[in-house]
Design a protein around this ligand. Structure first.
Ligand code: GLP
Length: 236
């Protein structure tokens, strides 16, 4: 594991964007696993800037996102599909038909999970998976539990996650209580994993996740077993 500490969100974003850019340059038809939340916004801005300068070409890239709220469709401005369009896809030359986000409106979420995993497999797996980390150690929406779940599945969001994500909604009551998330298998099978975190409030969970025991009650701790993991952290 490479644990890199930087002293600003700007530096974190630039470093993370460099790792993603290197992946796209090395393999123009790579599969990027992408994440939402506030942490990757600066990374996406930097990628957009390099694309606009002519330094990056996303035309052959495929993306698979980690998660989506159950009950929200892609038009809903709180959905993760919408987030991805606004923060990245609308500004680069990626083919939207090759950008995948779990369907939060699927009639049969279990089947949707199976379809999602089959698609990732069919694509040959993920070349580079970008992750944030929740205050309770969740990655994607894999919440603390007594076991690690392999497959893409529906989860009940924990109270602390609902509270943390309420900042994006008008009222806490509007935050969906369920989400569909990629499981640990697709994440762990990604060839490279890049986890980014910023803010002093993430320090404690990072210590637990990367320097403590591997424990499903701290979901990100499983990443200690990944052969190519980079963590970039900025306290500011
Ligand atoms: C959400 C997402 C996670 C993300 C986490 C942390 O719960 N489902 O994938 O990592 O938030 O978000 P932030 O980067 O805003 O702290």
């Amino acid at each position: 594991m490479k644990f890199i500490t930087v002293d600003s969100y700007e530096k974190l974003s630039r470093k993370a964007a460099s790792v993603i850019a290197a992946q796209v340059v090395q393999k123009n038809d790579c599969v990027l696993g992408l994440a939402t939340g506030s942490s990757p916004v600066g990374t996406y801005k930097q990628l957009i800037e390099w694309y606009k300068k002519g330094d990056l070409d996303f035309s052959a890239v495929t993306s698979v996102n980690l998660d989506e709220y159950v009950g929200l469709d892609g038009e809903n401005d709180q959905s993760y599909r919408y987030f991805m369009n606004v923060n990245l896809f609308d500004h680069i030359n990626i083919d939207k038909a090759k950008t995948f986000v779990p369907d939060g409106k699927a009639d049969d979420p279990k089947l949707e999970g199976e379809i999602y995993d089959a698609r990732i497999k069919e694509l040959g797996g993920i070349d580079l998976q970008l992750l944030g980390i929740g205050l309770d150690g969740h990655i994607g929406f894999n919440e603390p539990d007594s076991v690690f779940t392999k497959e893409t599945h529906v989860v009940d969001l924990h109270e602390s996650t609902i509270k943390a994500n309420a900042r994006f909604f008008e009222n806490e009551a509007d935050v969906p209580r369920k989400a569909i998330t990629m499981g640990m298998l697709s994440i762990m099978q990604a060839k490279k994993v890049l986890l980014i975190a910023n803010g002093a409030n993430k320090k404690e969970i990072l210590e637990k996740a990367f320097f403590g025991p591997i424990d499903p009650r701290v979901p990100a701790s499983i990443l200690q077993l990944h052969p190519d993991l980079t963590v970039i952290y900025s306290e500011n």
